[in-house]
Design a protein around this ligand. Structure first.
Ligand code: NDP
Ligand code: 8X3
Length: 253
């Protein structure tokens, strides 16, 4: 069977968490997976798990235009049409209040969560529009809707993802290309380990004694969105663990 007889999904940030679970889920369901991330060892492990028949990997930084260009070149050379792009790579760094936050952390979040996501989208979209077939699924967050102390720039990047997703819908009306924003709440992945710059004790505390969402829960919602009939566009899915809810608005004197 030629690769294109199977649907093709590109997953950014496939080396852990949601991206890894999504790559596995789609491969199990017969899709051909192109898995991208910076950590090669993790990608090799994923390749072993899924199998080379079903998956290819690429060491890839969404902030690097050369990497994006070489992906597009590789797709063209292999005559692969991308049916689905999952813009999942992203991160939160730090939880300090805005007056104490690190400039470097803010810059990395903007570069990855915003610029990486829009440049990936820009690179893949023309082939989808031409084929009148495609789907962009972005990973937003509840942090893009609900503010919390220390969320500052991270929440801002995810609000961008939410609005960018809606604006893509406006541009793509009539093309057959679909756009979905998945907006999860607390989910146990490497997210907190990254947010706290590798402090495992601090990261583990976030998930202590609570039943957070799992990476597989999110992969399931991505898979469900992608498998609606072509006339159905899921604009957004917001999901939280049952243990999480909204805090009251604060009033200080
Ligand atoms: P993880 O830290 O487990 O996974 C993040 C993935 O992104 C890793 O595979 C990492 O791979 C990749 N990544 C980070 N920076 C880059 C980059 N510059 N280029 C390519 N890949 C990159 O976290 P999650 O799975 O939880 O997060 C996935 C997405 O979901 C993020 O966008 C996050 O903001 C969002 N999210 C997470 C929530 C949570 O509570 N966990 C809730 C809501 C949204 P590598 O380091 O190998 O490059
Ligand atoms: C991650 C969810 O609530 O930790 O995007 O910001 S939260």
């Amino acid at each position: 069977m030629s690769e294109q007889k199977r649907k093709v999904v590109v997953v950014t940030g496939a080396s852990s968490g949601f991206g890894k679970a999504t790559a596995i889920k789609f491969a199990q369901q017969g899709w051909y997976v192109i898995a991208l991330a910076r950590r090669e060892e993790r990608l090799q492990e994923l390749l072993q798990t899924i199998g080379e028949e079903q998956c290819e990997i690429m060491v890839f930084d969404v902030c690097c235009q050369t990497h994006i260009d070489s992906l597009v070149k590789r797709l063209k050379e292999k005559a692969l049409h991308v049916n689905l792009l999952v813009n999942n790579a992203g991160l939160a760094l730090g939880l300090e209040s805005a007056d104490k936050a690190s400039y470097d952390d803010w810059e990395t979040m903007v570069d990855t969560n915003i610029k990486g996501l829009i440049y990936m989208t820009r690179a893949i979209l023309p082939s989808m529009v031409e084929a009148k077939n495609g789907h962009i699924i972005n990973l937003g967050s509840i942090a893009g809707t609900y503010a919390y102390p220390g969320g500052n720039a991270y929440g801002g990047t995810k609000a961008f993802v939410s609005q960018f997703s809606l604006n893509l819908r406006a541009d793509l009306a009539g093309t057959g290309v679909r756009v979905t924003n998945i907006e999860p709440g607390l989910a146990e992945t490497e997210f907190s380990l990254v947010r706290f710059h590798g402090n495992k004790e601090k990261a583990d505390k976030v998930y202590e004694n609570v039943q957070a969402l799992t990476a597989e829960d999110i992969a399931e919602s991505i898979f469900w969105s992608a498998n609606q009939p072509p006339h159905v566009n899921v604009n957004r899915i917001e999901l939280m663990p049952t243990c999480q809810a909204f805090s009251p608005l604060s009033i200080t004197q």
